[in-house]
Design a protein around this ligand. Structure first.
Ligand code: CTP
Length: 412
């Protein structure tokens, strides 16, 4: 299943994509394609130099829409084309943007359809530079970018890496998923959760036994990461506390990596005081070894007897603090159950003073740990029970956030 197809935030959003002349221009075709698949309406403007690398038909094919070049600028309708494109756009992203175009934008030059439109837009302008090593650090480029930032332009810093020239340095266009993350952040900024702080936990913890072995579980972190992204899409500030995971950090989230349940507890207690909502999606270990060996336990020493002790119940600790401090306003938990789903999940909700619990039947096929999909039942403190169908974890996150908005008495 292609998760890029599911970005409700981008549905029918009118995005203007400007492409200037860099070898990274071919990556802009991937961006145009992914944005279109996500539901956005993407109009593309190519500079003359961009067309040395990619052709209008490439973009036309992936967006199914018109692509604009300086040929259209000089046609009979040309004198109003940039105004029309600018008026229509909800976001203007120029990716890749070259040192030359950055210079023109900083100084208000308007010698092409791309630069004319950049002057005419009222919507947010996002720049994703790409240039060869040493050029990005050049004070001329840096000063121009500083000037643009001062004027409210958002700059996505290029990545370090190998350039087409073979040199290594800072100047590579960031990956498509990152560009989409920044675009989501721009659209989300004005969302209903703007000004609120969400602490989201994700993934499983690892409790060490010796130098290399640990007690852990199969949680992938996907559900928690999807929840963090759903909060960002609605404008929230997000602290994502994650057990070991290779998943990409959603753009805009502050990520804190932890390994053990004790580290997760400390991170949560540290962050939650300032939070409006705590979303505990992590599969925290309930037990850890009473003693750990700093060396690898040798097989020749015989089968070790591992004594376990309970870890702290993080939600219970936060619920306790909340009685005196009043924060966080809402606590939302997950329940991984293999029997008596509703009864057990409801007991967890009541014990920990939760507003909502997302209950998983972990014995169900295609649901729960380590898969793309999930089948959950939402149980709230008022006794409401809503069984959702099998969905992707991204869709589950969307449904959970519809409930959270209602709990916070906000609307989309
Ligand atoms: N949780 C927690 N601290 C722990 C264990 C779990 O805060 N040490 C949180 C989980 O993040 C989840 C909720 O408590 O939101 C329920 O976790 P779950 O593993 O389903 O239940 P447990 O309370 O651990 O009970 P059991 O394992 O007996 O089902």
């Amino acid at each position: 299943m292609n998760l890029i197809q599911q970005i409700p935030l981008l549905h029918e959003r009118r995005i203007l994509l400007g492409v200037s002349g860099s070898i990274a221009a071919y990556k802009a075709a991937d961006l145009a394609s992914k944005l279109t698949q996500a539901g956005a309406l993407v109009d593309v403007i190519l500079s003359d130099a961009a067309q040395e690398f990619v052709s209008p038909i490439t973009f036309q094919s992936v967006t199914g829409r018109n692509v604009y070049t300086d040929v259209e600028l000089w046609a009979s309708e040309g004198h109003i084309l940039h105004v029309g494109l600018a008026e229509n756009a909800e976001l203007f992203i120029i990716a890749p943007v070259t040192a030359n175009t950055i210079g023109k934008l900083a100084h208000g030059l308007a010698d092409s359809l791309l630069t004319l439109t950049a002057l005419a837009v009222k919507c947010p302008l996002l720049l994703a530079p790409a240039m060869d090593a040493h050029m990005f650090e050049n004070p001329a480029v840096q000063d121009n970018l500083a000037l643009l930032r001062q004027r409210g332009v958002f700059v996505v810093e290029p990545a370090e890496g190998r350039m087409a020239s073979g040199l290594v340095g800072k100047g590579r266009l960031v990956e498509t998923w990152e560009l989409i993350g920044h675009i989501r952040r721009q659209f989300g900024r004005r969302g209903p959760l703007a000004g609120l702080l969400f602490v989201v936990t994700a993934g499983g913890t690892q409790e060490p036994i010796d130098a290399v072995r640990a007690i852990t579980n199969r949680s992938s972190g996907k559900q928690g990461f999807a929840l963090a992204q759903a909060a960002l899409d609605r404008g929230a500030e997000v602290v994502l506390i994650a057990g070991p995971s290779h998943l990409q950090t959603p753009i805009g989230a502050k990520r804190i990596d932890v390994r053990t349940a004790a580290e997760m507890r400390d991170a949560v207690l540290n962050e939650v005081d300032k939070a409006d909502v705590l979303l505990m999606a992590a599969a925290v270990a309930d037990f850890r070894a009473t003693q750990t060996s700093p060396e690898k336990i040798k097989r020749s020493k015989g089968v070790p007897q591992i004594q376990l002790e309970p870890t702290d119940d993080i939600l219970a600790l936060v619920a306790n603090n909340r009685r005196t401090k009043g924060w966080p306003r809402l606590m939302i938990g997950f329940a991984a159950e293999s029997e008596d789903l509703i009864t057990n999940a409801r007991a967890k909700l009541l014990e920990r003073d939760l507003a909502l619990i997302v209950a998983n039947d972990i014995t169900a096929h295609d649901a729960g740990f380590d898969v793309e999909t999930n089948q959950v039942t939402l149980i709230d403190a008022e006794g409401g029970v809503q069984e959702l169908p099998l969905m992707t974890k991204v869709e589950v996150a969307e449904s959970v956030f519809q409930r959270i908005l209602r709990l916070l008495e906000l609307s989309e």
